[in-house]
Design a protein around this ligand. Structure first.
Ligand SMILES: NC(=O)c1ccc[n+]([C@@H]2O[C@H](COP(=O)([O-])OP(=O)(O)OC[C@H]3O[C@@H](n4cnc5c(N)ncnc54)[C@H](O)[C@@H]3O)[C@@H](O)[C@H]2O)c1
Length: 431
């Protein structure tokens, strides 16, 4: 089975006091500031949430540990947490997704940031170690690597963590697996599952940014192409809709019969990957599952097929097999590798099989991350206020927070809605 992460260093190597920050090039800070300002200017609802809370500095004295993609949108969340009084420490949720200018800007603002693009597995682990060595009391994770470390690495497994939030489906799946085994040692709020998060971030955010990644990496015409979307969950629905919108013939592969039926009734071709493999021009995996594109599929693909993954971990495409079977591999464009297989067939791999929308492009647009990160900030405050009664289990984002984020987003968009009348409320309560 494909492994998600590198092994931890031995317990004897106790973490020393972390440096203030470590980034690729501190000189990039002015460019990072521009990126931050651009994002903040388009994250009205997060900005409004921060302003509303700012005066009371509700996070004063609290150390927060973040393991998130270090993008311009994330910089707004981290700066916001600092404005609310928190001590902030951050590391990347993926070795290839850090925007170095943004990391430099955050470091220049006094945030403890340990992040640079293109890390080795050891560097990735080291950055996470530094964040945990800051002894955060609340963790915000994207993919659960930091929570796994805070549970099972003996150097950190007794940290007094009050609770955590999880940003993505893949992380929620891992946290729920730990919960089923009775291993969770603090509450985890599953921000991913808030309606104002996954219906927008996973669907519209990933939908748009995946097309952006495909275009930046390959810049081929999408219209007329057969695009194979593996997985018709929130992410797959978004990717399929955006590719269809650009004129692609979209084929969906699924394992869940209900999702497969939904895709079929939404008008997509639904076939097993074995049938999609020889037909597709572009493949996008969106499942959160391992080895969805396997050797038997790669062997049957057309010359020129483009492979991209937007699931959280780089386990969905058998990249190891692809590279092993290639007679030559060369980078032909930024974030695009040409793999020439025996017999001369060329297969193109986007972003080394890691999150194509973040590696080849910039990830989700700021408007959609404003919703996700408003949920994050409000969930962090919820943990701070209620951790003692939450228990060591997964918990949903409270409905009031979800509704508040939706109302804020509608307000920012200038959209007005109806409200139930008193008579309708009575009707709803009647039998
Ligand atoms: N790239 C990004 O920016 C980004 C953003 C959000 C989520 N994600 C990640 O994308 C992945 C999917 O997230 P989601 O919210 O859509 O999850 P989801 O659970 O809503 O959907 C996943 C779908 O994949 C299907 N599936 C599982 N195994 C499959 C297989 N072998 N073949 C075909 N289909 C299969 C499941 O049945 C399900 O319908 C996760 O890894 C998540 O963490 C990435």
């Amino acid at each position: 089975m494909a492994s998600r992460r590198a092994r931890s260093p031995p317990a004897s190597k106790r973490p020393t006091r972390p440096p203030k920050s470590k980034v690729r090039d501190a000189g990039l800070a002015p460019r990072g500031r521009l990126a931050y300002e651009w994002a903040r200017g388009h994250m009205a609802i997060l900005d409004a949430t921060l302003r509303r809370l700012g005066d009371s500095a509700p996070l004063r004295g609290v150390t927060l540990g973040f393991c998130l993609h270090i993008t311009k949108e994330t910089s707004v969340l981290l700066m916001g947490a600092k404005e609310l009084g928190a001590e902030v420490a951050a590391c990347p949720g993926n070795p290839l997704t850090t925007q170095d200018d943004v990391a430099a800007f955050l470091a220049s603002e006094g945030i403890r940031v340990y992040a640079w693009n293109d890390q080795t597995p050891q560097e990735y682990e080291w950055c996470m170690d530094q964040v945990l060595a800051c002894r955060p009391s609340i963790l915000t994770d994207d993919g659960a690597d930091m929570n796994v470390k805070a549970h099972f690495d003996p150097r950190f497994s007794s940290l007094p963590v009050l609770g955590a939030t999880e940003e993505t489906t893949a992380g929620v799946n891992r946290i729920r697996a730990m919960e089923r085994k009775g291993l969770l040692r603090y509450p985890v709020v599953v921000v991913n599952d808030a309606r104002t998060k996954r219906m927008f971030d996973n669907r519209h955010g990933t939908g748009q940014s995946t097309v952006d990644g495909l275009l930046r990496a390959a810049n081929l015409l999408v219209a007329s192409k057969k695009v194979v979307v593996a997985g018709y969950g929130w992410v797959g629905r978004g990717v399929a809709a955006r590719c269809r919108g650009m004129g692609a013939h979209v084929i969906v592969t699924e394992v869940d019969p209900v999702k497969a039926l939904e895709a079929h009734m939404d008008g997509y071709g639904v076939v097993p990957m074995s049938a999609a493999a020889p037909a597709g021009d572009i493949f996008v995996t969106c499942t959160g599952m391992a080895r969805v594109v396997r050797p038997e599929h790669i062997d049957r693909m057309k010359d020129g097929a483009v492979l991209a993954n937007v699931g959280h971990f780089d386990v969905e495409i058998d990249v190891e097999y692809l590279l092993e079977k290639s007679e030559s591999v060369r980078q032909v464009r930024p974030s695009l590798d040409e793999c020439v297989l025996r017999g001369g067939k060329r297969v193109y791999l986007v972003g080394r099989g890691r999150l194509a929308n973040l590696v080849a492009a910039e990830g989700h647009p700021p408007e959609v991350m404003a919703q996700s990160f408003s949920n994050q900030i409000l969930s962090i405050l919820h943990i701070l206020e209620n951790h003692s009664s939450m228990g060591s289990r997964t918990l949903p984002v409270p409905e009031e927070i979800d509704a508040q984020v939706a109302r804020d987003a509608l307000g920012a968009l200038g959209v007005r809605t109806d409200r139930l009348t008193a008579e309708q409320k009575r009707y709803a309560d009647s039998w």
